[in-house]
Design a binder for this molecule. Structure first.
Ligand code: HEM
Length: 524
């Protein structure tokens, strides 16, 4: 029955199937056209059907990022795979300027704080002296060139600095048994370590979820962000600390007014106390809501810790490899110190004005930007101009303006833009501090807030901690270079992409992130 029925309806079935197929093909074509609006833009073929995401976040993918402008131009199409829309990878100066500055309202993100960085110099020194004595003790009585895992020391230093000078809180980071350091650092790294989440989204997640500290509703049982489950420990550990600090500052202000902040840890000079004080003094209409202040605390700690320790570790490997550069930097510092009274530290302006140290830090931040890329999503169709026109892969036409459609994910390649040969010249990927010593030759093409590089971004979302970070790094490096000399270990260090780029010893990757360096104390 079914066989004869089937055979009787065959022509009809075939006709119907033909109609359905035609409709399906034409809808599929329309769907692909609308879903793939950037098909004319050259870009890499993804390694998997999942599309570009695995390549974009691949820890071993630094070269994938850095080679993007050279291989595909300054706007590249990122193919979305089976179920995902295409995205764009952008390193074009005019497009970056448009996205980050001119039309930033349509590429949202935000939270901000203002710093009074020069006043923080004594706090930076206080913490850095602790680092110096710990390191001195670690190599004391041992032969010169003692191998020391420096990343751990630098991590402790940067967390302690961002704690004291950023939010007025000590993690007792130099105490090897400090539970608060272990817990908090663990929480930071589990939150951002491998999860490739934009830095500034974390505090919002922290903020949106209460903790069982007696100050709000219990933590949401299934905390998700971007399809990932957030480690609950991170939220449990961080949130109570921020809330406790905030409430303590408010209590001080309520009981003793602004002047009483001087009695709080860090003498009330930390960025957060300044912000809470400014908020306290502001007219009611201008006050920041509590949750914004709290979110800013999270941003400061997250934004300021791994980025800075990763950069400092990079610096040490550079000077360890290049003894000539190391000696020149030391000589510059010794000359500046010789002008000071014995035991007196270089101040903010003096540290800022050391030309070679400045050039090395700038070049390091350009070539080895700790944040490889940031992510944005358009909230409406936006037309962006291009410095380097795209040659359409389909028509060969030259495209000088690109329509980025609403909802498109755009990835701004900070590290790649910093190494584009079109922008920086044929030696763009080389570490050459001298390019900053003769600054008149450098014409800023990128809209980056710091020396025309994208390392700290620009526009409303520029890193508010950049001056803090640069002073912090220069100060730590100046103290270290005057007290110790550094030599490389025999194995090379490999760098992989995390939220900040992460070092591992070649062949010893299983030991985890580390930067062992041979350290010798210098006789003063
Ligand atoms: C070498 C060191 C640093 C680098 C390369 C760096 C880079 C960046 C970048 C690229 C962003 C933008 C992220 C995005 O929009 O998704 C950012 C945001 C931020 N950074 Fe930094 N940063 C550094 C150090 C610091 C320090 C020391 C602090 C604090 C004292 C800090 C505080 C922040 C904050 C609060 C944000 C979030 C701003 C917002 O959400 O609007 N950063 N940083």
């Amino acid at each position: 029955m079914s066989l004869s029925g089937a055979s009787a309806t065959t022509p009809l079935t075939v006709a119907l199937a033909g109609i359905v197929a035609t409709i399906a093909i034409s809808s599929f074509k329309r769907w692909t056209r609308t879903r793939k609006p950037y098909a004319f833009i050259p870009g890499p073929d993804p390694d998997s059907v999942a599309g570009y995401l695995l390549d974009l976040h691949n820890p071993d993918g630094l070269d994938w990022h850095y080679s993007m402008p050279e291989k595909y131009g300054h706007i590249a199409r990122l193919k979305g795979g089976l179920f995902m829309a295409d995205a764009l990878y952008i390193t074009d100066p005019a497009a970056l300027n448009s996205i980050l500055i001119k039309q930033q309202n349509w590429f949202p993100e935000s939270t901000e704080f203002a710093g009074r960085v020069s006043k923080l110099t004594p706090l930076f020194y206080e913490v850095t002296r602790q680092l110096q004595s710990k390191l001195t003790a670690a190599v004391a009585g041992k032969p010169p060139g003692q191998v020391v895992e420096m990343l751990d020391y630098l991590t402790r230093t940067t967390l302690e600095i961002v704690g004291t000078a950023g939010i007025g809180h000590t993690f007792n980071s130099f105490d090897d048994k400090s539970k608060t350091f272990e817990e908090f650092h663990g929480a930071i790294t589990t939150t951002i370590g491998r999860q490739a989440v934009p830095i500034s989204t974390i505090p919002r997640v922290v903020e949106e979820n209460e903790t069982p500290c007696g100050c709000g509703e219990p933590l949401h049982p299934s905390l998700h962000f971007s399809g990932r489950r957030w480690p609950r420990a991170a939220i449990y550990v961080m949130r109570p600390v921020y809330l406790m600090l905030y409430k303590a500052r408010q209590k001080v202000l309520e009981e003793g007014g602004s002047a009483a902040l001087a009695e709080t840890p860090a003498g009330g000079k930390d960025l957060m106390s300044s912000m809470i004080q400014a908020n306290w003094d502001a007219d009611e209409a201008d006050k920041m809501p509590d949750d914004v202040v709290l979110a800013n605390m999270g941003s400061i700690v997250h934004g300021g810790q791994e980025t800075t320790s990763s950069s400092l570790a990079r610096f040490l490997t550079i000077v360890a490899e290049d003894s000539d550069l190391q000696q020149k930097l030391r000589a510059e510092l010794q000359e500046a110190k010789a002008k000071k009274a014995p035991g007196e530290d270089l101040d903010y302006v003096e540290i800022e004005r050391l030309p070679l140290l400045d050039a090395v830090v700038r070049e390091m931040l350009r070539v080895y930007a700790p944040v490889t890329f940031v992510w944005r999503q358009t909230t409406k169709d936006v037309l962006v101009p291009l410095t380097y026109p795209i040659r359409s892969a389909t028509t060969g036409e030259e495209i000088k303006e690109l329509l980025i459609e609403q909802g498109t994910a755009v990835y701004l390649g900070l590290g790649a833009a910093n190494r584009s040969t079109a922008i920086w010249g044929p030696d763009a990927a080389e570490f050459k501090p001298e390019r900053w010593l003769n600054r008149t030759q450098l014409e800023a093409k990128l809209p980056g807030a710091y020396s025309g590089m994208m390392t700290f971004l620009s526009g409303a979302k520029v890193c508010p901690g950049r001056i803090f970070a640069i002073l912090e790094m220069k100060l730590i490096l100046s103290v270290l270079l005057l007290a110790f000399s550094f030599d490389p270990i025999s194995e090379p260090i490999d760098w992989q992409m995390g939220i900040a780029i992460e070092p591992r010893v070649h062949g010893r990757e299983k030991e985890g992130i580390q930067v062992p360096v041979c350290v010798t104390t210098l006789s003063v």
